[in-house]
Design a protein around this ligand. Structure first.
Ligand code: NAP
Length: 276
């Protein structure tokens, strides 16, 4: 078993995830895994970094596929005996002009952004080594979407005692409410992406609390963040930040020094903790 530290970035064959891997290759003292659901796209991305003189390793990972997540988990357990840095970056967004019915957009978006991310956490968080760092890439849109929720929902999403089960129930309820055409009446905002990212931010707050309860002595820090508005296939060419600039906050959180005890359980953008 290797004692080399190991970092994993989900959805990193392109966009912000790719830039996070690039930065970690330069700054993280260990093995860095670029992961992708499509091995061809993943290997191509690894080769691109190699041309820049950087060495990333590849492992397949489709966060929608529990078997794929478990295969990565078993690999990490066997080869490294755990994991030091996990960046949950993989995500999707329908284009504004997409004509798919809202209920379809809701189901598909939450499947990857919330439920896929949660499944990765369920399988990989138990592997986190002491002083591990976990970064869940959310979005400022989670904050604006929270503001668009009913007072009752806002209270639930801001609660310091909400459980993961309660959050999962609420995320499922959103999808069901869109199918019944009652999401408006039930207090949800008109953004499936926004609700999925509310899920990611609230999940991060819950997970940080659980780490405090169960593994306080291990000094693991877990945060949600927004990379900013970044020029990628998702956000388009008009966005203000380059992918490397978008990677800065996630990388800052992934490399928090071992004597840091904060931020933890926070929503961070531009390396600054934001109110939730
Ligand atoms: P992107 O260029 O579209 O890249 C998304 C990445 O996620 C791709 O590598 C994609 O793989 C991967 N992915 C999608 N579904 C996956 C799955 N089921 N399993 C594994 N990988 C999957 O988007 P981006 O702008 O870099 O976004 C990265 C993260 O930042 C997302 O979570 C996004 O919501 C968040 N974010 C972005 C912005 C922005 O302005 N760009 C702002 C706020 C937050 P494929 O190539 O196979 O599709």
């Amino acid at each position: 078993m290797s004692s080399v530290p190991v970092a994993v970035v989900t959805g990193s064959n392109k966009g912000i995830g790719f830039a996070i891997v690039r930065a970690l290759c330069k700054q993280f003292p260990g093995d860095v895994y670029l992961t992708a659901r499509d091995p061809g796209r993943g290997q191509e991305a690894v080769a691109k970094l190699q041309q820049e003189g950087l060495r990333a390793l590849f492992h397949q990972l489709d966060i929608d596929d529990l078997q794929s997540i478990r295969a990565l988990r078993d690999f990490l357990k066997e080869k490294y005996g755990g994991l030091n840095v996990l960046v949950n970056n993989a995500g999707i967004a329908f284009k504004v002009h997409d004509t798919a019915p809202f209920a379809v957009q809701a189901e598909v978006t939450l499947k990857t952004n919330f439920f896929g991310t949660r499944n990765v956490c369920m399988e990989l968080l138990p592997l986190m080594k002491p002083y591990g760092r976990v970064v869940n890439v959310s979005s400022m849109v989670s904050s604006s979407a929270l503001g668009g929720c009913s007072q009752e929902l806002q209270q639930k999403f801001r609660s310091d005692t909400i459980t993961e089960e309660e959050l999962v129930q609420l995320m499922n309820k959103f999808v069901e409410d869109t199918k019944k055409g009652v999401h408006d009446k039930e207090g949800w905002p008109n953004t499936a992406y926004g609700v999925s990212k509310i899920g990611v931010t609230v999940l991060s707050r819950i997970q940080a609390r659980l780490l405090d309860e169960k593994r306080k002595g291990d000094h693991i820090l877990l945060n949600a963040c927004c990379p900013g508005w970044v020029r990628t296939d998702m956000a388009g060419p008009k966005a203000t930040k380059s992918p490397d600039e978008g990677a800065e906050t996630p990388v800052y959180l992934a490399l928090l020094p071992s004597d840091a005890d904060a931020p933890h359980g926070q929503f961070v953008s531009n390396k600054t903790v934001r109110p939730w």
